[in-house]
Design a binder for this molecule. Sequence first.
Ligand code: 2P0
Length: 327
Amino acid sequence: MTMNNYAKARAHTNIALVKYWGKRNAALKLPTTNSLSLTLDQFYTDTSVQFDDHLTSDQVTLNNHRLDEPAARRVTDFLNIVRNQAGITTKAIVKTTNNVPTAAGLASSASGFAALAAAASKASGLTLNQRELSRLARRGSGSATRSIDGGFVEWHKGIGDRTSFATQVAPADYWDLNVIAILVNQQPKKMSSSEGMQLSQTTSPYYHEWEKLCQRDLKKLKIAIKNRNFNDLGTIAEENAMRMHALTLSAAPDFCYFDADSLKAMRLVHQLRESGIPCYFTMDAGPNVKVLVEPEHRESVVSTLQAAFGPDHIVVAAPGPGVQYFR
Ligand code: 2P0
């Protein structure tokens, strides 16, 4: 091969403030709605890709353990998309280290496929711009589309593969905010996001309303970001998250990502707010709760949450950067 066939990249997770919950094209991972997220500094994935002519199959390790089917299959399928674009057939050694609890609702697939897209495309000799890289990451996992950029990022649903990518709304240093993650449960979830969103989309009577509301929430959120209006940002994020979870409760069969500690965390946030401390929660497809707060109130929220859940279960994050390459 003529190219530099090794590359290593880091990508951070993102937390959606207006969420992605449904696909209009499953194969291309084209979403039903636009979504808007904040990339986080504390949770990230490092991935290296080495294409090697001597290999007869892809070899994939996650946190130093060899991945078996079907997890390795998802990586191989993704590499096939990259190989196809680059016009090669060479197999690869993929080494991934997650600084994120895998499959616990902290979006490890977002940072995972963003890092893989960056490392694999570079190692394959492709030179992609941000949009092309974002489109490629989307093929691995929808939320990965938004982890190519840092700060506030909008994923445009687009009208097809070429127009469905993410762009930065504001960089990480635009607004000094914190996202406090409460790790209530680090077990892998029972209902994957892909299955969960499909079930919601096909069976919830509220799904169409969700699509309409997301459009409205997104417009309001962009204004809140523009004005750095924290109460508006938090209110929109909390409402949008609960509406997404209402789609799981109203599916048939119904399912739920909350556990008892998630409800406890949500109540604490309400109580903090009633006591005059502005903070808001959001939750993804897992039981962990993330609390949005401005730095001036961070310590009071952190100490309340630490007292309730134990210091080991609280991680304080801030806006994080987009994809970075290692030399
Ligand atoms: C989001 N989530 O916007 C939403 C909110 C979880 C809840 O995107 O099927 O792993 O690979 O595209 O990206 C998680 O779903 O799903 C997700 P696929 P993904 O962050």
